[in-house]
Design a protein around this ligand. Structure first.
Ligand SMILES: [Zn+2]
Ligand SMILES: [Zn+2]
Length: 336
């Protein structure tokens, strides 16, 4: 058996050229992987017969590399988009030798920034954009997680009525870790805050959603005093749902929860992840005004800067919520 030799690194110029072609900025993890090796294969722990083939980045260094990398990410993305079920803002990064199963990342239409999260497109399972791994490195690493602790694709993730997508915000991710509440490795783990006397905080989504983690360890995921932002008194059942059965989000200061129509809002994420048309609509007018005022943003340029700069590169974060009744947007500015 011949020893597996990983492909050589992709030069920085090749990565820049790809970004130009896609009109996208690659996230550091993806870029790091290609800077180490331009392509290669890794296993799919959910399907031991499958092997992911990472598409290369076109490398014009010499003839040999040109030939090897001709069918690159841009090529496969173009092919993938011919299938109407493939997400329109998806970028195909790997396939298992057929186009029926692919891994993809998502490009933010407005900023061109590509998110770290890796998604699964699987025609056989009717999955068009299912969470697969928090980033490419995790996708490669999870192939080494024992089969028994892989997420069960048949078990639907619980819904959080006040939280749009805990995977997108990053507080939930795929992992082989054992839940500190139920003791099971479900394939997903929570990594956000949990206020309790003990140290336990790594729970599976189910133990959060059904309240068992909060009950067992007598804690809160979100500070109950901050639900309603100190401005409105909400029904106790709403405060309990948000504080005890809803994931938190990463913030500089202790999180607060916006409320409207006598109910808690649904957490939509940081402002750069919120649909821009929605922000620009009537529903967003008050939010935009409040944010500009609190953050001291002068005009359109400042506003654009806020939308185009990833939050890790600025000292303010803006958290956006949507009213579950009237659709109005609200939220607040968080300072480091
Ligand atoms: Zn659990
Ligand atoms: Zn409302």
């Amino acid at each position: 058996m011949s020893r597996y030799v990983p492909p050589p690194p992709a030069p920085a110029s090749a990565l820049r050229a790809l970004e130009g072609k896609l009109g996208a900025t690659l996230p550091p993890v993806l870029e790091g992987r290609y800077a180490a090796s331009n392509g290669g294969t890794f296993g799919d722990p959910r399907n031991r017969d499958c092997e992911w083939q990472l598409h290369p980045v076109f490398d014009a260094t010499d003839r040999k590399q040109m030939k090897r990398t001709g069918e690159d990410i841009a090529h496969y993305t173009k092919l993938a988009l011919k299938d109407a079920r493939f997400p329109r803002n998806g970028i195909s990064i790997a396939h298992d030798y057929t186009l029926a199963r692919q891994l993809l990342v998502l490009r933010d239409e407005a900023t061109g920034a590509v998110g770290d999260a890796v998604f699964l497109f699987d025609v056989f399972q009717n999955l068009w954009c299912a969470p697969y791994a928090i980033d490419l490195q995790a996708a490669i690493d999870q192939a080494r997680i024992p089969e028994a602790v892989q997420p069960d694709p048949a078990r639907a993730l619980p819904e959080f009525p006040y939280y749009a997508d805990p995977f997108r915000s990053g507080v939930m991710h795929t992992s082989g870790e054992t839940c500190e509440c139920c003791g099971q490795a479900t394939g997903y783990i929570y990594g956000g805050s949990f206020y309790a006397v003990g140290d336990e905080s790594h729970f599976c989504p189910w133990c959060i959603a059904d309240g068992s983690a909060a009950a067992k360890f007598d804690g809160e995921f979100n500070d109950s005093a901050g639900v309603g932002m100190g401005e409105v008194d909400l029904p106790a059942s709403v405060v309990a749902e948000v504080s005890q059965r809803t994931p938190s989000f990463f913030s500089f200061q202790q999180e607060q929860w916006w409320a409207h129509c006598n109910d808690a809002g649904r957490f939509l994420g940081e402002i750069e992840h919120v649909d821009r048309a929605l922000l620009a609509s009537d529903a967003g007018t008050d939010l935009v005004e409040t944010v500009c005022e609190t953050a001291g943003l002068g005009g359109d340029t400042d506003w654009q800067w806020l939308l185009d700069t990833p939050s890790r590169k600025r000292d303010i974060a803006v958290f956006v919520f949507g009213c579950v009744h009237c659709g109005k947007l609200g939220g607040y500015v968080d300072h480091s």
